[in-house]
Design a protein around this ligand. Structure first.
Ligand SMILES: [Ca+2]
Length: 372
């Protein structure tokens, strides 16, 4: 029965080969990022132009087009003077929902002024030949200006009703101001596309409160997006521990610095060390230790298979990975660390091709595409 034995041996061999192949496929299925462009100096935000081009901000104060083959265009004239120091500079960028016809975009930056600097929101048009910004207008400036290089917040989201959300930071030295309504520190701001307080804002008409405020008690938010259902989601940095995901609702208090799941750098408690208090909202999710989140996007495409569709993707600056967050019933149920060792992830967005794109934050920062 030699032929039978040989064929059994062959079958075993082919089973073993199939096993090896499936193991190899398992390894190959680990997500991989391929570089689109490099040589970006501390890139902060990426937007998607037509024909596969990108528009990228660099923190020192430059905005440039990146060609589909990765070539970097020259810095676009028209960016206002920015305070490029510490965490400040030219930060977020989003295209207007009608960009294809109106060429309008919004960006935010650290604006110099009397007393120091603060986060400002600007509107501009990208010239039809993509060579410069036109009609640049600052439509909102955070009050007051503070002598600080820290905590600018600065993510912009266009809501479905066409108003703009802007996150602002507490400037680090002014954390108590996040609880007061007479300033824009540590807030979510909501304005029209001309910078006026958005109709329906919760504190319009209240004495001593600024009408641009949507929600308060925030620390420093460097990631925000709309969920597929149109709700506004954001995350924010805690101190040592206590980074949070929040879904800010009109007029609500998100607690900083009165309640937090973190402690001060060095381990001292913050305030009375409370983690909850009536009248203050609990986060949807928090991280201890802090991951230092930046950038945030829901994956709505099918490009990575059904398991990833609807997941939330968040960059970690501190640990240098992309966090894939699984949600069930609106709650975080599992997290997966992708691309460990990729570097400080500053931004993550879904492109018009349905793929995820990331920016890494360094002196030689990169634009990366996550391969399906
Ligand atoms: Ca909070």
């Amino acid at each position: 029965m030699v032929p039978f034995d040989a064929s059994a041996r062959l079958r075993r061999a082919s089973l073993f080969a199939a096993l090896l192949a499936s193991l190899a496929a398992g390894v190959a299925a680990q997500p991989r990022a391929t570089p689109v462009a490099a040589g970006l100096e501390h890139p902060w935000a990426v937007a998607f132009l037509d024909e596969g081009r990108f528009l990228v901000t660099e923190r020192p104060g430059r905005m440039r087009v990146v060609e589909p083959d990765g070539r970097l265009g020259p810095p676009l004239p028209g960016v206002p003077e920015v305070v490029a120091a510490g965490q400040g500079g030219l930060l977020d960028l989003v295209l207007d929902s009608g960009f294809a016809t109106n060429r309008t975009l919004y960006f935010c930056f650290s604006e110099p002024g009397s007393g120091g600097n603060s986060t400002a929101l600007a509107k501009a048009r990208l010239a039809s030949d993509r060579s410069r910004l036109e009609d640049v207008q600052v439509i909102f400036s955070q009050k007051p200006k503070v002598d600080s290089r820290m905590h600018f917040g600065c993510r912009i989201v266009e809501a479905r009703d066409g108003t703009l959300f802007l996150t602002t930071g507490d400037r680090y030295s002014r954390m108590q101001d996040a609880q007061r309504l007479d300033n824009h520190l540590g807030k979510v701001i909501r304005v029209t596309k001309n910078g006026a307080p958005a109709p329906g804002n919760p504190f319009v008409g209240r004495d001593g409160a600024l009408p641009e405020i949507w929600s308060y008690g925030h620390r420093n938010s460097q990631g925000a997006t709309l969920a597929p259902d149109g709700r506004f989601w954001m995350h924010e940095h805690g101190a040592q521990g206590g980074d949070e995901i929040n879904l800010p609702e009109a007029g609500r208090n998100y607690g900083w610095p009165v309640i937090t799941w973190g402690v001060n750098y060095g381990g001292a408690k913050i305030g009375e060390g409370l983690t909850s208090k009536p009248g203050m909202e609990q986060p949807l999710h928090y991280w201890v230790p802090s991951i230092a989140p930046s950038g945030m996007a829901f994956l709505t495409s099918d490009r990575y298979g059904p398991g990833w569709k609807g997941n939330l993707f968040i960059g970690s600056l501190k640990f240098g990975y992309l966090d894939r967050v699984e949600l069930e019933g609106g709650k975080v149920v599992r997290e997966h660390r992708l691309l460990e060792g990729v570097g400080r992830v500053r931004d993550v967005r879904q492109g018009p091709d349905g793929l995820l794109y990331l920016l890494t934050d360094s002196a030689n920062g990169r634009l990366l595409r996550l391969q399906p």
